[in-house]
Design a binder for this molecule. Structure first.
Ligand code: 7PM
Length: 277
């Protein structure tokens, strides 16, 4: 048993858990912005919870390669009403996908249970805001910024560079009094990485498990799946599940996905098989 508190709830991270993606951006690349209203957001949330999601990840900033930045006010307006409505209506954990201090504070005040930051709390004020919430934090690696990160990603050794970066962020967090037990790590698939970099990180995910942190994987429908299979975003589910099954075998226990039901079922089998001796 390895129980981690997420605000008013907790999860046993010796078992796999699915985090359902709820994009509240008007330009979300694989849902066409169709959930960009409170009603649609709640309907999508209800469906993902019925399908077995343990958390709902609410994000209002598109971090798509080449995306332009959104203002703090825009992000607050998109994200906070959705978090408030979900916490009012459903008994679940809401994760907030943000790098912005004001959004971190606002989300925590509304009952969010996890801070999920693709910038690993590097933005001005984010570290202090996150530390004061006392919530768990997912630190993700990204090389560069969303506007230009896919132009020419390069590493000396992708595994050593990404793990070195994540450990440096862990150290910064510890300086502010954030306990290691509050931190989750994520290699950041697709964030300033070539296909080979992404494949190596998944192949070597055991190296990240050895660092002694819980791991989150976000590979759902990403370009690397499309590049291997030569398939559009709409046809990347089976490839996504292969990548996530591999990450599970290497110790990842949280899976950020669009397609909840197939992953809940796949992970139930992975987990049961692992328990048999
Ligand atoms: C448009 C393009 C919208 C790309 C969203 C995205 C991750 C994440 C994202 C991840 C963690 C996506 C990305 N990806 N948070 N947020 N890990 N922790 O493909 O891999 O969903 S946003």
């Amino acid at each position: 048993m390895s129980v981690m508190p997420f605000g008013d709830k907790s999860l046993d991270l010796s078992l796999p858990h699915v985090m359902g993606i709820l994009n509240v951006t008007p330009d979300s690349f694989s849902d066409g912005g169709s959930f960009n209203s409170l009603d649609n957001a709640l309907q999508q949330t209800e469906k993902m919870l019925q399908e077995g999601a343990s958390l709902i990840d609410v994000g209002g900033e598109s971090t798509r390669p080449g995306a332009s930045p959104v203002s703090t006010q825009q992000e607050l307006d998109r994200v906070l009403p959705v978090i408030e409505a979900i916490k009012k209506r459903f008994d679940t954990i809401v994760s907030v996908d943000t790098s912005t201090a004001e959004v971190i504070r606002g989300a925590a005040a509304l009952g969010a249970g996890l801070i999920n930051d693709v910038r690993a709390l590097e933005r001005e004020g984010a570290l202090l805001a996150a530390s004061e919430t006392e919530l768990p934090i997912c630190l993700m690696h990204m090389q560069g910024n969303p506007e230009s990160m896919q132009n020419s990603p390069s590493y000396q050794s992708v595994v050593d560079d990404v793990s070195g970066y994540l450990l440096s962020r862990v150290a910064v967090c510890e300086k502010l009094g954030i306990a290691k037990s509050r931190l989750l790590l994520d290699v950041g698939i697709g964030f300033g990485k070539s296909l080979e970099h992404n494949l190596t990180l998944i192949n070597q995910m055991g190296r990240f498990k050895e660092l002694g942190f819980h791991l989150l994987t976000g590979v759902s429908r990403k370009t690397m799946i499309g590049d291997v299979l030569n398939l559009p975003v709409s046809d990347r589910l089976f490839g996504t599940m292969g990548a996530n099954a591999s990450a599970y075998k290497s110790g990842s226990r949280l899976f950020r996905v669009h397609d909840v039901k197939p992953h809940v079922e796949m992970l139930a089998l992975m987990s049961r098989i692992e328990r048999e001796i």
